[in-house]
Design a protein around this ligand. Structure first.
Ligand code: FDP
Length: 293
C-alpha cells in the first residue's frame, strides 16, 4: 500500500478540508433534490438531482485547487482535466453521494474520495489518501493518509477529531452482504452461512455501502458486495469505491479483497470498471478467500 509521501501532505490536507467544508452545502441541498433526474449515470443507474448537484459542487471546488490535476466522478462519463500544477498535482476520484437511493427513505448516505498520485484510472497502490463523509444522524468523516485512520465530527464544515488511529476491533460482530440472495454464487452463499451460524455475528445491512462500511470499521466484521451470477464483477466501482474503501480498511488493520487479491492490487482498465468488494477483519476475509478458491 502507498504511504503518505511528505510532498503530498499539504495537498491531501487541502483536499480533505475542502470536502469537509462542502458537507453542510450537500446536507442543506438534499431535501429539495430527492427527485430523479432524466439522466442515468455512466453505470446505467438512475441519477437523482442530489447526485448531479453534489458532483458539480465537488468539481467546482476540488477542480479549483492547485493540488488537483484530474477530477473523475461516478456521475460523469469522462475524466475532467483541471488547472492544477502539472508537476505535483494529484488525481481525485469521487462518489459524490454513495447510497443515494437511500435518500427517498431518509437513510444514511455518504461521499467517498480517492486521491491518487497517478493519472486515472489508477491502481489502489497509487493512492496517497482516501476519505469518506457519512451523512448519518450526525456528520462524520473518516480519513486515511497513509499514516493512520482518523474519525472526525464535521461541525459547520470544520473537522474536529473524535478518534485518532482508528483500528478495526479484534472481536468482529457485524456483517452486511449486498446483491440479491438468489444471485449469489454457491461458494459465496456457503461462506455467508458460515458467518450466519456464528452466534457472535449480527446482520447489519443498510444499502448504502459507506454506512455499512462504517459499521465494520467501528464494530468489526465483514462487508461484501460480491460477484453475482448475473454480474461477475459485482456492482461497486474500483476507482470510486473499491480502492478508497480498501485503502481505509487496510490502513485500519483490516483486509480487502476482490475474491483472490487485495483490492489495491486490482489492475485498473477503465474509470467506471466494477469489482467485487470484500472488506473486514483479517481472519474473515482470509476465510472468504478460502471459500471462494
Ligand atoms: P446506490 O445505488 O444507492 O448509490 O454504489 C452504489 C450503492 O448504492 C452502494 O452504496 C450500495 O452498497 C449498493 O449500491 C446497494 O445496492 P443494492 O441496491 O443492490 O443493495
Amino acid at each position: 500500500m502507498a504511504t503518505q509521501a511528505d510532498p503530498h501532505a499539504d495537498a491531501i490536507e487541502e483536499i480533505f478540508t475542502t470536502v469537509a467544508a462542502l458537507a453542510p452545502d450537500i446536507r442543506d441541498a438534499l431535501p429539495g433534490r430527492r427527485v430523479q433526474n432524466d439522466e442515468t449515470n455512466p453505470s446505467g443507474e438512475t441519477q437523482l438531482a442530489a447526485d448531479a448537484y453534489a458532483d458539480e459542487l465537488f468539481l467546482d471546488h476540488l477542480g479549483a485547487l492547485d493540488s488537483v490535476v484530474e477530477y473523475a466522478s461516478e456521475e460523469r462519463t469522462k475524466i475532467v482535466p483541471t488547472d492544477g500544477e502539472e508537476e505535483t498535482g494529484l488525481s481525485v476520484a469521487i462518489d459524490p453521494l454513495d447510497g443515494s437511493s437511500n435518500l427517498k427513505s431518509n437513510n444514511t448516505m455518504g461521499t467517498i474520495v480517492a486521491v491518487y498520485d497517478a493519472p486515472l484510472p489508477a491502481a489502489g497502490s497509487d493512492l496517497v489518501a482516501a476519505a469518506y463523509v457519512l451523512f448519518g444522524p450526525i456528520t462524520t468523516m473518516i480519513t486515511a493518509d497513509g499514516d493512520g485512520v482518523t474519525e472526525y465530527l464535521v461541525d459547520d464544515g470544520v473537522r474536529e477529531v473524535i478518534t485518532e488511529d482508528v483500528q478495526l476491533p479484534d472481536d468482529p460482530s457485524v456483517y452486511g452482504f449486498g446483491g440479491r440472495v438468489p444471485d449469489w454464487p454457491d461458494d459465496f452463499t456457503a461462506y455467508t452461512e458460515d458467518i450466519e451460524s456464528d452466534d457472535s455475528m449480527k446482520l447489519r445491512y443498510g444499502g448504502a455501502m459507506i454506512g455499512d462500511i462504517n459499521q465494520v470499521l467501528i464494530y468489526g466484521g465483514v462487508f461484501a458486495y460480491p460477484a453475482l451470477e448475473s454480474a461477475p464483477n459485482g456492482k461497486l466501482r474500483l476507482q470510486f469505491e473499491g480502492n478508497p474503501i480498501g485503502f481505509i480498511i487496510e490502513s485500519a488493520g483490516g483486509r480487502s479483497s476482490d475474491g483472490t487479491q487485495s483490492l489495491l492490487d486490482v489492475e485498473p482498465n477503465d474509470v467506471h470498471q466494477r469489482v467485487p468488494v470484500y472488506v473486514g477483519n483479517d481472519e474473515l476475509i482470509e476465510q472468504l478467500e478460502a471459500a471462494l478458491d
